[in-house]
Each structure stands twice: as C-alpha cells, then as structure tokens.
Design a protein around this ligand. Structure first.
Ligand code: SF4
Length: 243
C-alpha cells in the first residue's frame, strides 16, 4: 500500500511537471497555482495512507473510518492489485492484506449489533463431503458428530443466538443477504470469494474469515472457530440480564 501511495504521489507530480512547461505560456502564475493544488493532493494521499495504517494498526476509529473503507474498497484495492500484478506479487497475499485491513476498519468502528441483525455466512464445503445430513438451509440439522467444523459453528450459533447460513455459491449468498437484511455479515470463504463479497456488499460491513483448504479448494475445508468467536464477541451487542 505504501508503494502504491508513492506511485500515486509520483503520478500526481508528473501530472503537474509535464504540462508545467506549457502552463507559463497561458499565465505566468499558473504553474505555481497548479503546483499548490498538486502539493495538496499529494499531502492528502500521504496523510490518508498514514491514517489508514494507524487505524489498522491500532484498531481504533481515529477519523473518517467509514470514508476510508470506501476509498480502500473502491479505489485502493484495484490500484494495489494492479501494482501487485506489475511487481509479480501473489494475488492471494494481496487479498489477505485487503481482508485484514477491511476487518480492522470494520472492528475499529466499534459498532455493536444485536444478535438477530448479524448473519454468519459459510461456504457449503465447510461441511464434511460425505456427511449424509445436508445442513444447507438449516445448520441445526447437524447432529454434532464432530467430524467437521459445523459442530463448533452450531455451538457458536446457540451461544450468541445468531443466524448462521450455509450458501452453495455467491448468488445464493447474495439472496440470503437480501432476504435477511443483516446490519453486519461475518463471512467465511477463500481469498477470492471474500474479496469480491466485501466489495459487492459495500456499504454493508463484512468481516471476512479465511477458511483452510487442507484437501485443496472447495472440498472438506475447515475454519478456526475460535477466530469466529473472537470476531463476534467484538461486534455483538450483549443483552443486559433482566433485573
Ligand atoms: S459435525 Fe458431523 S453431523 Fe454435523 S455436519 Fe459435520 S459431519 Fe455432519
């Protein structure tokens, strides 16, 4: 991201320097005026990057976190992907950084959401391939034999009284979101699906948790249930016990 910021500042500078030669022919003060505008834009790019890094590192809402999520998702990610491709960086590493940064920005807003407005979305490959019970549609059908992570996820669903849905693809995931109208989504998926899901759902806040793929993509995948528990405990609005 820092490297992308430097490239951006370099491009802004070039955008001033190249026509600068001809600007003086229009008006003698024009190079200075354009120069000041360019300096302000460069300063904003550097300050914005610094603010983003600080917010991500500290996990605190310093300023404009909501706006920064917009900038990161709509503008910075495509640019970083482009620069990363140019530098030959691994796509998944860039996506992992993006997901981590997005999560920090969502959590740093310290938004507390009622359990019934949180939706946990799982990919169907989390369920053991040869389990005879199909939990798509209702995770509570699981008899918790413990051969896959659905067992721990059912426990989480009961602990926090939240809705957990298993989606068989991106289209179904979108349909579930439209139907349930959550205020916050916690999604489990691979780097590619999480990145596109976070982008598609904006402005809806999405916390992304990566699955592990010990048998390759989309087959008997696993997830660290403790990570889901930890993320939920930061965003869930705990009901006060009745007096
Ligand atoms: S925990 Fe057991 S019963 Fe539940 S989905 Fe996994 S394999 Fe099936």
């Amino acid at each position: 991201m820092g490297f992308t910021c430097l490239i951006l500042v370099g491009l802004i500078f070039l955008a001033w320097w190249v026509p600068n030669r001809g600007l003086a022919n229009i008006h003698p003060n024009l190079p200075n005026i354009v120069g000041i505008i360019v300096a302000i834009l460069s300063g904003m790019a550097i300050l914005g990057t610094g603010l983003l890094v600080l917010t991500t590192a500290l996990g605190k809402d310093i300023f404009f976190t909501r706006f920064m999520r917009l900038v990161v998702i709509k503008f910075l990610l495509p640019m970083i992907e482009l620069v990363g491709r140019g530098l030959g960086l691994n796509k998944d590493s860039i996506r992992q950084s993006f997901i981590a940064m997005n999560n920090s920005l969502v959590i740093s807003q310290r938004q507390k959401v009622k359990p019934d407005r949180i939706l946990v979305l799982l990919p169907h490959c989390i369920q053991l391939f040869d389990c005879e019970i199909k939990v798509t549609g209702d995770i509570n059908k699981c008899v918790q034999c413990g051969r896959c992570d659905i067992k721990g996820l059912v426990e989480i669903s009961r602990k926090y009284r939240i809705d957990i849905s298993v989606a068989t693809g991106g289209t179904l995931a979108r349909k579930v979101i439209v139907e349930k109208r959550p205020k916050l989504v916690l999604a489990v998926a691979c780097e590619r699906d999480l990145t596109s899901g976070i982008k598609d759902c904006y402005p809806l806040p999405v916390i992304g948790i990566l699955n592990d793929r010990p048998y390759g993509p989309c087959f008997n995948t696993t997830v660290d249930v403790a990570k889901i528990d930890a993320a939920l405990s930061q965003v869930i609005l705990q009901e006060e016990p009745a007096a």
